[in-house]
Structures are given as structure tokens and as C-alpha cells.
Design a protein around this ligand. Sequence first.
Ligand code: ADP
Ligand code: MG
Length: 240
Amino acid sequence: MNASYLELQGIRKTFGGSTVLDNVDLSIQEGEFVTLLGPSGCGKSTLLRCIAGLTEPDGGRMLLGRKDIAGLPPRSREVGMVFQSYALFPNLTVYGNIEYGLKMRGADKAERHARCEELLALVDLQEKRDAYPARLSGGQQQRVALARSLAVRPKVLLLDEPLSALDAKIRKSLRTEIREIQRKLNMTTIFVTHDQEEALTMSDRICIMNNGHIVQEGTPETLYSRPRTEFVARFMGSYN
Ligand code: ADP
Ligand code: MG
């Protein structure tokens, strides 16, 4: 078996005495699409924030492509992140939002232009390049957020409930679109959701989280047909 591309070992995090991540281990292969599925408050966002460097774990190891990323500033980690609420810059156009990270990293204008064109095509928003976020639908805003996070060619993409604020129809079409883009780029991805249908339809592998633990992981088929605990069964909708 290949060495894993993203390796988390014994990640721990407490907030004010309460344990939010309790020795989380997670190994992800390059190009894999892994979903963290679990109830609100189980630690999903905290785990992503630790990987992205938005918060530091109290203990544990984090390796990305063999590089130890613990303690590095977010910009040096080569991690892209998309949040539930779109978090676009309201005063920048679609183009400006996608270009932002490239500008921050000192890419020259020609390079920024070429990359932005590529990304606008990837998320199919060429005709909206000059629009401001407020004029876009929720689904379009999330496609911009996705393009923006991919602009700097991250090694891993973290998607924190990117579909949860969208209405049902858009949510379904974006599921497919995200997966197509992820496959096209062979992008190693952690997708967070509390929606089991999303997890079942999108994932190579699902990790069920509860109370700061990964309680079971496996393919969608395995988790659905062979849940090890009642909690997993309930969460996977294996029985009604
Ligand atoms: P999830 O994304 O699974 O809903 P979170 O990772 O956001 O869960 O939160 C897990 C727990 O950690 C919750 O009980 C939450 O209140 C707590 N928590 C998260 N961030 C902070 C913080 N910055 N300060 C204090 N408590 C926090
Ligand atoms: Mg969350």
C-alpha cells in the first residue's frame, strides 16, 4: 500500500477544558475524496481548522506529502478551504476573488490572468467574471469560493459543509460538479457534512465522527450495510 498523502496521528484539541478532538487518526491517499460525517458539535470543523492552520491542535502529528505541517502558518501549508458561508470578498469581483490568493503570493499579472481563466472555465463562470458576489446565487458563490481555494494549487482541499446553505436542487447539482472537478484535478479532498445522503453519493470513503472521535470508517457501501454501532446505523440511515 502507498504511504498516505495526508496523515493525521493522535490529533487532540480542547477548548476551556472540554475535549473536542480526542486522539483523531486519519490517513488519506492522494486523490481520495474522504467525507467526515457526524452530528453538529462533534468536532468536524475543528479538525479541518487544525489541518488548515486556523487553529493549532494541543497534540498530535500532521503530515502532508511527507511534510510536517504542524505549526506552519496557514499560507505555507498548501491547503485550500471552502466554508459553509461563502466568505467571498464583497468588494472584489468574481475575477478579483479568484485572483486574490495569487496576488498575495506575488504571482505576476500574466500568470494570474492565465490561472484565473483556467479556474473560471473549471467552475463555468466565465460570463460572471466582472460580477460582485452580492449579484450571484448561492451556488455560484460557492463555485467562486471553490475556484478561489484552488487558485494557489493546494495539495489538499478542505470543504466544510459547502452545500449546507444551498437549496435542495442546487445542492444536488453542485455535488456532481464538485466531484467532477475533484476527479479532473485528482485533488485530495476532505468533505465535511452532516447529511448522510451527500456522504453516500459523493465519497470514496466516509469517516463517521462522534464526540471528537472517528467511530467507524469505510466505503459508503460498508458503512451502510455493516454499521458497527447503533449510532453509525442511525447516522447512515441503515434502518428507519
Ligand atoms: P462541528 O463542525 O462538528 O459542528 P465544531 O468543530 O465546530 O463541530 O465544534 C466542536 C465543539 O467545539 C463544539 O462543542 C464547539 O462549541 C466547540 N468549539 C469550537 N470552536 C471553539 C472555540 N473557538 N472556542 C470554544 N469552543 C469551541
Ligand atoms: Mg462545523
